[in-house]
Ligand binder design. Structure first.
Ligand code: ZN
Length: 134
């Protein structure tokens, strides 16, 4: 079985064609799709998508570009949100100083909370890979 371990089905670009996107993925042999969270505060929308399609699961986390918006998210909150059966990972978190989105301090606090939650739950942590300056 093929797994798409990183997509963003909740992005507005896909809102008008979710049924088609998931159907085409399944026809292509993708048996599981993990749609990755970029904002904890938008998790309800992500869970709604995951509950709509049996093959779709999701993560919970704050993308480093949104670290200032969600500064102070605690590991305990992340852990609690992973209790939903469709939540199978933490993230997308990490450090990204290539763009000027998210202060380094807020990104680090967020990343540390995600690491702690991943360690406590045993769930995988989806780490954002920044562009290189080189
Ligand atoms: Zn992503």
């Amino acid at each position: 079985m093929l797994v798409d371990s990183h997509c963003h089905l909740d992005f507005p670009d896909f809102a008008d064609d979710l049924d088609g996107i998931v159907a085409r993925a399944e026809t292509a042999g993708i048996g599981r799709i993990v749609t990755i969270s970029t904002r904890v505060r938008r998790l309800a929308g992500l869970i709604a998508i995951a509950e709509r399609f049996p093959s779709v699961y999701c993560s919970v986390g704050t993308h480093p570009h949104h670290a200032d918006e969600e500064d102070g998210i605690a590991a305990a909150e992340l852990i609690e949100l992973t209790r939903h059966p469709k939540v199978v990972a933490l993230g997308e978190a990490g450090l990204d100083n290539f763009y000027d989105n998210g202060s380094p301090e807020a990104q680090e606090r967020g990343f540390r909370a995600h690491i702690a939650a991943a360690r406590a739950t045993g769930l995988p942590l989806v780490i954002h890979t920044p562009r290189s300056r080189g």
